[in-house]
Design a binder for this molecule. Structure first.
Ligand SMILES: [Ca+2]
Length: 157
């Protein structure tokens, strides 16, 4: 029949390609960040983030450093942060204390107690907003051992 002519098949393929191409915009998010400083943001920021997103960033800096994360923008579904939110963990995602769960309204700062900080962004199946942007940097750990050492130097020199 005429539906099986090469021209008809080409038209169907073109149609399917356009359907897939325009129905969902590809993106990747999350990953391991190992530079001493950097920026992370929700997919497509400052355009609206996609629905059903789940992104995990693991920030790992040098072993004697700490990670400080500062948010410069955050706009998501508000309220109790049950729909769309960012979670910040003091170490690896599934085995570390939750430092904060935020979605809108204020721009907090978090500092890890080790050289690892994890950030998870989650969005539910509807209503999207601009999302978030955050910067991180690393600072040399000022632990009790080095403080004691400095005091000892002051006393004995
Ligand atoms: Ca949502």
């Amino acid at each position: 029949s005429h539906l099986c002519t090469p021209n008809a098949i080409l038209k169907v393929h073109t149609y399917l390609f356009l359907l897939v191409f325009f129905s969902a915009e590809d993106y990747s998010c999350g990953g391991l960040l190992s530079s001493s400083s950097g920026t992370l943001q929700s997919p497509f920021y400052p355009r609206n983030y996609p629905n059903n997103a789940d992104c995990v960033w693991e920030i790992q800096v040098e072993s004697n450093f700490r990670v400080t994360l500062t948010f410069t923008d955050i706009q998501m579904e508000g309220g109790r942060c049950l729909s769309d939110y960012v979670e910040i963990y003091d170490g690896p995602l599934h085995s570390s204390p939750l430092l904060g769960k935020i979605c809108s309204g204020y721009y907090p700062t978090y500092t890890s107690s080790s050289n690892l900080l994890s950030v998870r962004f989650h969005s539910n199946s509807r209503y999207t907003y601009r999302g978030f942007q955050a910067n991180y940097y690393s600072t040399l750990a000022d632990d009790s051992t080095s403080k004691f050492y400095k005091q000892a130097l002051l006393i004995y020199t």
